[in-house]
Design a protein around this ligand. Structure first.
Ligand code: GLA
Length: 736
């Protein structure tokens, strides 16, 4: 007999705000456990032998009872092991495919088999439910709990596991994935990303063939430098912006990750995602439990655009720090001065910040170190005292000066790092990640501090804490991380070296947690020599991230486009710099598509440039709500079209903004066809007005004319992009 239990029914049995819906009896022969969100579902099933498998993954069925009929409709080739669709595949028993978990027991035995024990559904609130499934090895005292946290409205699920050693001795986890998904379809199209410094988020899309494709990182700290953990799988055919079924996945972990994408002998896709087990067999002592980080995914059957809007909404609502709050526009001095500044120059820059009209001045690298002054990137990291030559009156006086000038003050730190040319390195060589007896190998002339060591955690915490103690009005932190981990070795961990990569990230999170306990909402930018460390594990502590040091606006159009599939605009820090060959207007227009900042010499702006920037900041201030909290639609793809267009629509569909750019100027190209808008109310009428006009230029757009949403979405509008006008920002307002 099938015992069926649906979330809806569970909800009906709940009293408001309470939890622990029910526990299922284990005597039923087959138990079916659906995890449903607004549009999608997956189904776990326990067979008579207590094996837990995935029997459905896809669009939600109208009649939940019919999930039970799914398995019988699939004609698969033989699964000799009976394990291909295991919900958490074990190694060393019957399984023949890639495992999610592999264990060496206290007695040296390497087999594991996990049987269903019980499950519980907790309804956290109207939107969120948590399913836990308890599994146990019948032979060895190892227990695993699988967690499935579902966000109903957003169609997002987070999955993770907890592995408990109840044996008398220590066990070793050889593999310890967070999630093990199973998708049945004709074909699977992977969109993955690769990059390097200043070349982040380059997409590649290919059909997966049989065998295992691995996305991974072994870099330790700046883990995403070559490859982030975000990916997409289009199901049956490559999804477009508005059509096709697509799954977005990502691991919420700021260190080594590993995602196995295995097309199995039955042509189904097994996705196993978690912390990378590379150099990390994790020693779990008797009685200890290991909790893996969440693997996050969302599914859409209406293309990539919808999937990204769901993920962005989820991020703002549940994960990104202060996702419903505000952000600060800023003037940064990195591109403008690099290390070459002093107090009087900074005072001038504070005035420039005020003149420009942005909220905050961000002092970048180079303000610290005395015995080993930070005058270039060879020295000083680790010595977080103000350089007395550059800043004789310290940071606190600059923060006060900023206040007097009417702006806020923020500061750059890179607290996990040390230059061998530093007092810290000489004083605490045992805090540094390096191998005694082997030559040191540097990344940007620096080494990584051992965050597995609680003393180092205290030190890193104190860097931030003492900045705020000295300057309570400090308003912003840019947290950088410019080196990968070479010669991984922790003096603190002694013989437990295989814990290092995991404990490093846990140490980092402990520090960030402490910071957030004391300073819950101060804005912090997550930077890693560009976008070398962007993930939702970190973004729960950060308000925004730095996508790349590459601020060439043309490159940024492509890069921001790809990032936007996974991260909301309000979290994406975009600065206007002198990179690239585009006119100032183009650079400012591109930077406005996220959290706007400037990193140019304001006092040297020629002619009308300053007036243009000041006007753009005012425009941005009025557009902020829709860019930060609105729904984002990608209208015209820079890879396939000569014009790129991206639109943000507020949730009431009364205002919107469209950014348009020429990305290919061969043969005098521009937009030949009108740009079709999306996300509007077809019945409403809208006026379109071009803003961010450079002084002296005019727009052919008649701001008094109105068009229906239907017209704008069916026919479109002409942003007038050509080689004479390479970018246009168009504000759309409901005409009443
Ligand atoms: C990294 C960051 C830059 C800048 C420099 C300072 O490269 O990505 O934005 O802060 O460090 O050294």
């Amino acid at each position: 007999m099938y015992l069926f239990y649906s979330l809806k029914k569970a909800a009906a049995t709940l009293v408001a705000g309470c939890f622990l819906a029910t526990a299922q009896p284990v005597n039923a022969q087959v138990i079916t456990i659906p995890v449903e969100t607004a549009h999608h579902a997956f189904l776990l099933q326990v067979d008579g032998e207590k094996n837990l498998s995935t029997v459905y993954f896809g669009k939600k069925l109208a009649d939940a009872k019919e999930y039970n009929e799914v398995a019988a409709m699939h004609k698969s080739s033989a699964d000799y092991s009976g394990q291909l669709n295991s919900a958490y595949t074990t190694a060393g028993s019957r399984n023949l495919a890639e495992p999610a978990i592999a264990v060496t027991h206290a007695d040296g035995n390497m087999s594991l088999d996990l049987k269903y024990v019980s499950h519980q559904l907790t309804k956290v609130d109207e939107d969120v439910a948590l399913l836990t499934v308890n599994l146990k090895d019948p032979v060895y005292d190892v227990e695993v709990t699988l967690y499935y946290k579902s966000y109903f409205k957003e169609d997002v699920v987070e999955q993770w596991s907890a592995i408990k050693n109840l044996e008398k001795g220590n066990i070793s986890l050889q593999k310890f994935a967070s999630a093990n998904l199973y998708v049945q379809a004709k074909s699977y199209w992977l969109r993955q990303y690769h990059g390097d410094w200043a070349k982040e988020m380059q997409p590649e899309e290919k059909e997966l063939s049989h065998g295992i494709k691995v996305l991974d990182s072994k870099l330790g700290s700046r883990a995403n430098l070559f490859q982030p953990s975000v990916f997409m799988i289009s199901i049956d055919k490559p999804a477009s912006e508005d059509e096709g079924t697509v799954l977005y996945g990502s691991l919420e972990w700021s260190g080594n990750f590993r995602i196995d994408l295995e097309v199995d002998p039955q042509d189904n896709l097994r996705i196993i995602a978690g912390i990378n087990n590379y150099a990390s067999p994790y020693l779990l002592k008797a009685g200890e439990e290991f909790t893996t980080p969440p693997f996050l995914y969302t599914l859409s059957d209406k293309g990539k655009g919808e999937a990204s809007r769901k993920l962005q909404r989820w991020a703002r609502e549940y994960k990104l720090l202060d996702g419903k709050g505000s952000r600060l526009t800023l003037l940064n001095n990195w591109e403008a001065t690099a290390f070459g500044f002093n107090e009087s120059k900074l005072k001038e820059l504070l005035k420039d910040t005020k003149t420009l009209g942005v909220d905050l001045f961000l002092l970048d690298d180079g303000w610290f170190g005395n015995k080993f002054p930070r005058n270039d990137d060879h020295a000083g990291l680790g010595d977080w005292q103000e350089n007395v030559k550059k800043l004789p009156n310290g940071i606190a006086s600059l923060v006060k000066e900023a206040q007097n000038t009417g702006v806020k003050f923020g500061i750059w730190i890179e607290p996990e790092m040390v230059n061998p040319q530093s007092e810290l390195y000489k004083k605490h060589p045992d805090w540094v990640v390096k191998q005694a007896g082997r030559p040191e190998y540097y990344f940007r002339n620096q080494l990584v501090l051992d965050l597995a060591n609680p003393k180092v955690q205290d030190f890193v915490y104190s860097i931030v804490d003492s900045l705020f103690i000295k300057s309570p009005n400090l308003a912003y932190i840019k947290w950088d991380c410019n080196a990968v981990i070479y010669n991984a070795y922790s003096t603190f961990l002694k013989k437990d070296q295989s814990r290092f990569y995991v404990e490093y990230v846990r140490g980092l999170y402990k520090v960030l947690q402490r910071i957030r306990t004391k300073y819950p909402s101060v804005p912090m930018m997550l930077c890693s020599g560009g976008g070398g460390r962007v993930d939702y594990g970190a973004l729960q502590y950060f308000t925004e991230f730095w996508p790349s040091d590459n601020t060439d606006p043309l490159e940024r159009i492509f890069m921001q486009w790809e990032y936007s599939y996974f991260y909301p605009a309000m979290a994406t820090a975009n600065h206007v710099t002198d990179w690239g060959k585009q006119p100032l207007k183009f650079r400012v227009d591109v930077a406005m598509m996220g959290r706007l900042g400037f990193d140019i010499v304001i006092s040297k702006l020629a002619g009308n440039d300053l007036a243009f920037c000041q006007d753009a900041v005012k425009n941005y201030n009025s557009l902020k709500p829709v860019i930060w909290q609105g729904d984002q639609y990608r209208l015209s793809d820079p890879v396939t079209e000569s014009v790129a267009a991206v639109m943000y629509v507020d949730t009431t569909k009364t205002s919107a903004v469209i950014f348009n750019y020429l990305v290919n100027n061969r043969y005098g190209r521009g937009n030949r066809l009108p740009i079709k808008l999306k996300g509007l109310d077809p019945a409403k009428r809208y006026s379109l007005k071009e803003i961010n006009l450079y002084p002296g230029s005019s727009s052919p757009m008649d701001g008094k004319k109105t068009y229906s949403g239907d017209f704008l979405m069916t026919v479109g509008f002409d942003p007038g992009i050509s080689t004479n006008k390479t970018s246009a920002v168009v504000q759309l307002t409901e005409a009443k």
